[in-house]
Design a binder for this molecule. Structure first.
Ligand code: PLP
Length: 402
């Protein structure tokens, strides 16, 4: 008898995240991007009043109408999700079922985009930047390649960077020509501290926009999000057929009651005037707090990459990349957790969220307690300085200011 061994697609490795890591509780968690400021009473009350005794409306009709009004779009385009992680998996599956076999990303990126594709046996193509990705889309469309699923995160996790409006204009053309469908991850738009959203409304309308306010609202334990499907009126031919088929697949792949009662309450409370004005205050506070945090770390010899959101990439200039895991482990023993971005495609950097003054003081103290030997690594690059240094030592300034 011939035994047939099925050839399963390789499963993707576990995605690494910040936040709880199975170790002892941390005093200060700089490793997730959640807003650390206390919630307004309206939000706390809305969650407390979520009706846990009944199923939510399986069609989420009122919620979809409400959110449709916020974004001036038809309620049918608004699809509740149990958070953007779920939405990433579901959109990738819908794309796969509709014949798309490649996922394109700019790298570094949030790990779930590639993991979702790999779990479904799809090829993943990493691009160094959005311009390279766009050029490749044009080149490959010319030789007859079918559409690919592109993921873009604006503003980007982990870099905190924002793409230019030009990139978005070009992308609009590529979508209209049927070269790609775009998952536009808006996870951090409500936490944008600097500049404006660069995505033109007409481009956003052609993307699958993923929203999940739990980070901005500092409630990442509430699993809730929403996807706004593209407006297909502006498309024609194959592009409109593809997007309609995807919208149908995306809706029918959702489990019943994908969003919990708390999730519904969170999405509704997000748009209360009180929540919105609290968020505006948070942005102003976080901008100031982030600058202080970065200045203090710069004085200790750390360098930073620019960021438009309250998290960003930093590293101590004196540490060689190979010494970074030990330094991170040392900080962890001092109750401080930072996020190593190696798994997101950026070795040699840490991602730090912005936390208030007591957390900054403890980070500073923990850094100053680092064994000196770690900072004397021979391969530390130019501009490196030996050992953790006190605030008064100003030998290395910010590589760039946020
Ligand atoms: C860029 C990005 N997208 C999506 C998510 C996941 O969001 P959710 O908590 O809604 O699943 C995260 C979480 O960190 C993220 O950083």
């Amino acid at each position: 008898m011939v035994r047939v061994t099925p050839s399963w697609p390789p499963l993707s490795p576990r995605v690494v995240h910040g936040g709880p890591d199975g170790g002892p509780p941390v005093r200060w968690d700089f490793s997730t991007n959640a807003n650390p400021l206390p919630h307004p009473p309206a939000l706390t009350e809305a969650l407390a009043q979520a009706d846990r005794h009944r199923y939510p409306d399986p069609a989420y009709a009122a919620l979809r109408r409400q959110l449709g009004a916020v974004w001036s779009c038809a309620p049918e385009r608004v699809q509740p999700t149990s958070g953007s992680s779920e939405a990433i998996r579901r959109l990738t599956l819908a794309a796969r079922l509709r014949g798309i076999d490649e996922v394109w990303l700019t790298w570094p990126a949030y790990g779930d985009y590639a993991a979702a594709a790999q779990a479904l046996g799809m090829a993943v193509r990493h691009h160094a930047d959005a311009t390279g990705l766009l050029n490749a889309l044009v080149d490959e469309a010319q030789v007859g390649r079918g559409p690919v699923l592109v993921w873009l995160n604006e503003p980007c996790n982990p870099t905190g960077a924002s793409l230019s409006a030009d990139v978005w204009h070009c992308l609009q053309g590529a979508i209209a020509e049927g070269a790609c469908i775009v998952g536009l991850d808006r996870a951090y738009e409500p936490l944008r501290l600097l500049g404006d959203d660069p995505v033109p409304a007409a481009t956003a309308d052609l993307c699958w926009q993923l929203w999940s306010p739990n980070k901005a609202l500092g409630l990442t334990g509430v699993r809730a999000g929403v996807v706004v499907a593209p407006e297909t009126d502006a498309l024609d031919g194959a592009a409109v057929r593809l997007h309609s088929a995807l919208r149908q697949a995306f809706g029918s792949l959702a489990p019943s009651w994908v969003l919990s009662a708390e999730g519904v309450a969170l999405l509704q409370a997000w748009w209360l005037p009180e929540t919105q004005s609290w968020l505006a205050e948070c942005r102003a506070t976080l901008l100031e707090t982030m600058q202080t945090q970065r200045d203090q770390l710069s004085a200790l010899g750390w360098v930073h990459r620019p960021s438009v959101v309250p998290f960003g990439l930093s590293r101590p200039a004196c540490l060689a990349p190979e010494a970074m895991p030990a330094a991170l482990a040392h900080l962890r023993t001092q109750g401080i957790q930072l996020r190593d971005t190696t798994s997101m495609g950026l070795p040699g950097w840490w991602r730090l969220s912005t936390l208030p003054a007591p957390a900054q003081a403890d980070l500073r103290a923990a850094w100053l307690s680092l064994p000196e030997a770690l900072c004397h690594t021979p391969s530390a690059g130019p501009g490196s300085a030996p050992g953790p240094r006190p605030l008064t030592s100003h030998t290395v300034s910010n590589e760039v200011q946020a």
